[in-house]
Write a protein that binds this ligand. Structure first.
Ligand code: NAP
Ligand code: NAG
Ligand code: NAG
Length: 292
């Protein structure tokens, strides 16, 4: 009986809350109209498609990546599509000073920030791990550490706008994937960090949502080249993927899944983990924590 009171009732409550909160709120493209959005890794692939969708929805966009010429093309296409404004700032996310200054400059260009879409990755091989420690560090810095730097720099503006952080991850950030060990580690790190931050926001009543996007194989040139003939798997379209990412962010969902088999979100959403997180949250001494 005590067991039931202690565990089963909260579990039932959690389940009902889950059903309630996952009831589909309607997405409307107008939700993005006039919103100020940063998209990283937007010179090609999914990031570029995100920028194009945002432009069609009438948002302000600042895009970034390393290659200036392609960014220029993305920006002029965004303007044609109807963006409220479109700018680019080129630089490498290997450079944490650039990452920090980029957010400040982008915020100035748009006069604030509503949504930070973190999407860039450095290239990594699809092969057995080759003991290259330098490469592991580089992948962790670009795919993970720069995301932290960017979100720290953006948080003051996001707090002001009740904004959103959207983190583009992968199914390789939720389950073990051979042939991409360092990449997988960087994506797991994003889950660890940003899921913890989401909980902190909820405890401290910071109204900045954090959406983790868990993607399956998407038909970008990079992915198709990397896995060609090495993976028997259908790739999903990058245009639809980009739209679903924006949707997840606009609806302030904790996680979104795209391009993964049916039931993935249920299986990898991990009720065991959620239950343990719920138990742990009851052990935090909030009075002490919120005092200082
Ligand atoms: N495609 C898939 O199958 C798939 C599956 C699961 C998850 N995802 C995730 O989706 C996101 C986008 O993937 P994608 O396939 O669209 O990738 P992509 O086409 O290769 O695009 C990567 C972007 O990142 C930029 N970039 C690369 N190195 C950079 C650096 N050092 N500093 C700053 N920017 C850099 C690239 O531009 P420059 O080269 O000009 O810098 C490019 O704009 C990633 O987070 C990826 O993990 C993709
Ligand atoms: C942000 O949300 C708070 C309530 O959480 C509200 O009082 C405030 O007006 C909102 N600010 C903006 C810019 O929407
Ligand atoms: C948080 O901000 C969103 C977006 O502005 C708003 O819809 C929501 O009501 C806010 N929530 C709280 C608890 O203030």
């Amino acid at each position: 009986m005590a067991f039931m009171k202690k565990y089963l009732l909260p579990l039932l409550g959690l389940f009902l809350a889950y059903c309630y909160y996952s009831a589909d709120e309607e997405f409307r493209p107008e939700m993005l109209q006039g919103k100020k959005v940063i998209v990283t890794g937007a010179s090609k692939g999914i990031g570029r498609e995100i920028a194009f969708h945002l432009a069609k929805m009438g948002a302000h966009v600042v895009v970034t990546a390393r290659s200036e010429e392609t960014l220029q093309e993305v920006v002029s296409h965004c303007q044609k599509l109807g963006a409220a404004s479109a700018h680019y700032i080129a630089g490498s996310m290997e450079d944490m000073t650039f990452a920090e200054q980029f957010v400040a400059k982008a915020g100035k260009l748009m006069g604030g920030l509503d949504m930070l879409i973190l999407n860039h990755i450095t290239s990594s091989p699809f092969a057995f791990f080759n003991n290259d420690i330098y490469q592991v560090r580089q992948i962790m810095e670009v795919n993970f550490l720069s995301y932290v730097v960017l979100s720290v720099a953006a948080l003051p503006m996001l707090k002001q706008s009740n904004g959103s952080i959207v983190v583009v991850s992968s199914i390789a950030g939720k389950m073990a994937h051979p042939m991409v060990a360092p990449y997988s580690a960087s994506k797991f790190a994003l889950d660890g960090f940003f899921s913890a931050i989401r909980k902190e926001h909820s405890i401290a009543k910071v109204n900045v949502s954090v959406t983790l996007c868990v993607l399956g194989l998407i038909n970008t040139d990079t992915a198709m080249k990397a896995v060609s003939a090495k993976l028997n798997l259908e790739a999903s379209p990058k245009e639809e993927c980009a739209l679903q990412i924006i949707k997840g962010g606009a609806l302030r969902q904790d996680e979104m899944y795209y391009g993964t088999p049916q039931w993935t979100s249920l299986l990898l959403g991990n009720p065991g983990r959620q239950f343990m997180e719920f138990l742990q949250s009851r052990r935090l001494n909030l009075n002490k924590l919120l005092d200082n």
